[in-house]
Design a binder for this molecule. Sequence first.
Ligand code: FUC
Length: 799
Amino acid sequence: MNKSMKNRHFILPAILLVLFSNCHRIIEPEKTNPSLTLWYDQPAAEWTEALPVGNGRIGAMVYGESENETIQFNEETLWSGQPHDYANEGAHNYLEEIRQLLWEGKQHEAHELGNQHFMSQPFGQLSYLPFGNIELNFPGHQNVTSYRRQLDLGNAVSSVFYEVDGVQFKREVFASEPAQALIIRLEASESKALNFAAGLNSPHEEYEVTVEDNQIILRGKANDYHNELGRDGNPYPKSKLTFEARLRIEHEGGGLVHYDDSIAVVNARKATLFLVAATSFVNYDDISGNPKERCSNYLANLEGKPYQKLKDDHISDYQDLFNRVSLDLGSSEISERPTDQRLTSFYEDEDPSLVSLLFQYGRYLLISSSRTGTQPANLQGIWNDRMAPPWDSKYTININTEMNYWPAEMTNLSECAEPLFSMVEDISFTGQNVAKEHYNLAGWVTHHNTDLWRGAAPINHANHGIWPTGGAWLSQHLWWHYQYTGDKGFLKSRAFPVLKEASRFFADYLVPWPENPEWLVSGPSNSPELGGLVMGPTMDHQIIRELFTNTIEAAEILNVDEEFVAMLESKREKIAPNQIGKHGQLQEWLEDVDNPNEKHRHVSHLWGLHPGDEIHPITTPELAEACKVTLSHRGDGGTGWSRAWKINFWARLLDGDHAFLLLKNLMVPSKSEETNYKDKGGLYFNLFDAHPPFQIDGNFGATSGIVEMLLQSHLRDGNGDFYQDLLPALPSKLPNGKISGLKGRGGFELDITWENEKLLAVKVKSLLGNKLILRHQGKTISRETTAGETLLLGPGDFS
Ligand code: FUC
């Protein structure tokens, strides 16, 4: 074959390819990693099947309907109500009487008095609200083939692919943090084939939609809270927040047709939609923001930036956080199946790659719902489509909010915990007035719920609302941040003031137990949310003991407040200790009255085992045994978050197989109509945790539980150096794997590899130059390190 012949052979197919691709460009789903992809071969039939995207502030749920697509969206500051101080003036006048009634065993009377005089004003808090919906109508797209919708956790882009009459269509949706916008890209494989109408609407009563140039504008005011009056008959504060969203439409080819409240794109090949949204919220005490101006600024920032650049910026921003940790547990052909099928068969096949998907989904959801400068993830993260969502989609602090943040530091997402720290700082102010009015004490206190307005007073009912250790528990997270990062500036200016003022409150709040005045006890309080109002629930004592310990250590590191430290030390000694009861269980209360048949979802008195650190099989074997007894009484079921907490408990008890059983019990399909939550936890097909109903905490608790199986770093030696316990609770069902980028307390980043259930290698990067102590199956390695040093070690290095 001579040269020109060869060229001819080459040129003809090339011309055909160009011609062909011009009229029929092939749009293929990109090849994605099954451990990082949720995908389905049909659209979402309901909200809990839609796929979530979020940039910390704006969240959206993508249904993936071909003909009538709905993208339901939220902005995290759209709540009912207005700035409000919930403290009940003079409530402290009834404190002693409530205590007295409880000492006398008159619990019912204590509840009555509490409900009458000791509760928040009004008797409840306000609600997180949905914002609106983007409606996209694609005429003629009823009967589609080759359908696939997916969420790629590798790049935080959700997409939909399908074919109609030989033309392929693709949608991409992502919520960009750098662009502060939700961005939707629509593409057809043929020119002029993209035709659709776009509109906005909102579930609020007061709103209007208008069209200006290529923008659809939604403006409105938040609905009032769905109940007019609190339980005490006092009205809820009226809603004052205003909001605006704008959808800007750009198209390639074709044109726009404008209607009063919608825009149609005709005969285009591609279009890009930008949704920006804002409210008038500035902070819990200020709602003077201008949503219109905010939206204009957001849009102005996007001006002139091509789609590919916005997408690249989004992916690099996201991957900066997400790519820090990878988990490979192996995969098989099962892993390639659609996610709903994988979830349905998981109880049988135990496909490890679904475990890694769920693990990374927790990290994805945290990055998507909690970024520097945003609100913390609430009970539903930032995703809510209901005007009266379950538990108001607010913050429940007697487990749920904290669970949301368990994975933050350990999975290398420290920055994502920042919104929680800011919220705690806010409440350390609003909680001062509650400390004063309800307890006549200095310092700050908060009870079992809070909202956008940083409510700190007890709500719902005295029998579980009066629980003063919410702030003390939240403070643990600021202390952890210091333990993981060694950031002394943070310790001094942010963590310590919070810890110290919380400790100040509890130092004066504790009272001697009349039956044994040597012991100081908490109360009136409850063991969430079981057994009603009591004096001296075990959980409170564990939390307060740890609060004092953390405050003391922080003061010592900062070299301040010697007298205060001495006072806390002497009080700490006297706090009622953990007790083992007649069934061998850890006692939930001062008295040995636990019911071994109780299956309640909360296992509050095991707080000292997890997330606390005062109970562990290595340090306190008898108490750890008692925790096992308690857990065996409570059983292996419960709500989604309850199962997730039990994964963490069993991992801390060093029983990987039992931890895996709980993980399995969480990874069962749940249906949205199942609202009898007593023993029904599971996952929806979009892998959202089912309380039921949807509650995001179980997703985060599952992620932290998987970490607790592979690495625990909360125990210390006599010098205060942390043990990095490797594979402390490795389940036999996860025999092979590699995790990299996990964080350990003391400033270490660890990659751990195992095979046939045996540790193969560990790579440790020392970030702060602290002493490294690795421990594995009772053997340790100790090394002095320098900051930045990387060590590579194998099982043979342990002695
Ligand atoms: C607590 C829990 C419930 C639910 C609610 C949001 O009240 O007991 O199970 O998680 O918070």
